[in-house]
Design a protein around this ligand. Structure first.
Ligand code: SAH
Length: 380
């Protein structure tokens, strides 16, 4: 298959663009089978019907070339040079169109584009977030300075070209850093956030909120995770490494009570806000290291019925796993973006009488090498 992307070699995002989608899914499935062999049965991979343009968050760096031309796209690996991207096979198409319009408005509004080397100039990045279910769109203009000349007219022109935009925010990032977003947000239009619906629950997305980038497949993943959890409505559930609380909030209708734990304070704040937004009264979130939190709970003799765990790429810790096992959950649903550390953790669980029953690979990131897995472990 001919790769339909001009920068496939230099971008580094899509490693499998020259492969048919079916072959790519097989390859990922085989990889998970190999990594989990002897530990767990692997079910058929859950892929997408239409695996294109799934990314709901798109960001582009802006740069002015010597000849005055404005380009936007991604940094070439290891350089400060922006590789122009006008369209991308996995990004949301409305987002790419809005970024194109912003590029074309820059000269007439005399907006100076930021120069990474000299630290001079205004516009650094544009980030677009689109809520899949509601269609709401948030535009974030990342600037080095809060003074944006003729911003009202700029907002007017952008909204005229794209009436579908829900909110526009100026994000101030004056530091010399590779982080895209700064801390300060100034709302130029709308509420400064958008709302999406995932698994029947509403979630608020602010510029900084963490949110899975493939909404359709996130519903597939969480749907599978909930099915594996087999909740009846009477359980005490723990959602460890809970991020903005999406899994716990989705499970809250089917449980007696839910406790979420997460290290990142901003994510915990979003999680609490999302629980209020959905008027959920049986969930509580704690901002702690998941291992310390579980070790303390276990030491107090607390019990739980079902554990969801969704650790970062590095996986969980032996202390977490020991504490979790001592709290006696019937079922553990382990979600992972790295099957290698998942396999390592499954071995520790096995030594504590928790057997991995089945693992479901979910293709969250078609055309890339990334793979997500939801697995069920039960007590022997
Ligand atoms: N379950 C969420 C987020 C999963 S990503 C979702 O599906 O959206 C993994 C999360 O683990 C991140 O939010 C990260 O901040 C958090 N995390 C990383 N190390 C942690 C630790 N030691 N204790 C608690 N949370 C941690």
């Amino acid at each position: 298959m001919e790769a339909a992307c001009k920068i496939v070699g230099s971008c580094g995002g899509c490693s499998y663009l020259n492969m048919e989608y079916a072959a790519q899914k097989k390859k990922k499935e085989k990889e998970v089978e190999q990594i989990l062999s002897g530990l767990c049965k692997v079910r058929p991979i859950l892929g997408m019907d239409d695996p294109w343009h799934y990314r709901n968050k798109v960001s582009a760096a802006f740069q002015r070339r010597r000849d005055g031309r404005i380009v936007s796209g991604i940094y070439e690996a290891g350089t400060h040079r922006v590789l122009p991207v006008e369209s991308c096979l996995i990004e949301d198409q409305d987002a790419d169109a809005i970024i194109g319009t912003i590029r074309s408005l820059i000269p007439s509004f005399r907006i100076r584009v930021y120069d990474e080397d000299t630290g001079y100039g205004l516009l650094r990045h544009v980030m677009i977030r689109k809520a899949h279910a509601t269609g709401q769109i948030l535009v974030i203009l990342v600037v080095a300075d809060p003074v944006f000349p003729s911003k009202n007219n700029f907002v007017k022109a952008l909204r005229k070209a794209h009436p579908e935009i829900t909110s526009i925010v100026l994000n101030v990032n004056s530091r010399q850093t590779s982080m895209v977003l700064g801390d300060r947000n100034i709302v130029l239009y709308g509420k400064g956030f958008i709302e999406d619906v995932l698994c029947g629950k509403r979630f608020r997305l602010s510029p900084q909120s963490f949110y899975q980038v493939n909404s359709l497949q996130t519903e597939v993943l969480y749907g599978k995770a909930l099915e594996l959890a087999g909740l009846s409505g009477k359980e005490t559930v723990l959602d460890a490494y809970c991020g903005i609380g999406t899994i716990g909030i989705t499970a809250s209708d089917k449980a007696e009570r839910v406790v979420g734990v997460e290290l990142n304070p901003e994510a915990v704040r979003d999680a609490a806000a999302n629980a209020r937004l959905n008027r959920i009264g049986n969930i509580r979130f704690f901002c702690r290291d998941a291992t310390e939190f579980l070790v303390d709970m276990a030491a107090r003799g607390e019990k739980m019925d079902v554990l969801f765990m969704d650790p970062p790429r590095s996986g969980s810790t032996e202390a977490f796993i020991r504490a979790a096992a001592s709290m006696g959950p019937e079922r553990i649903v382990y979600i992972s973006c790295n099957p290698v550390t998942m396999a390592r953790d499954m071995k520790v669980f096995r030594g504590l009488h928790y057997q991995a029953k089945e693992a479901w690979p979910v293709d969250m990131f078609p055309w890339t090498k990334e793979i997500e897995v939801a697995a069920l472990l039960t007590r022997k």
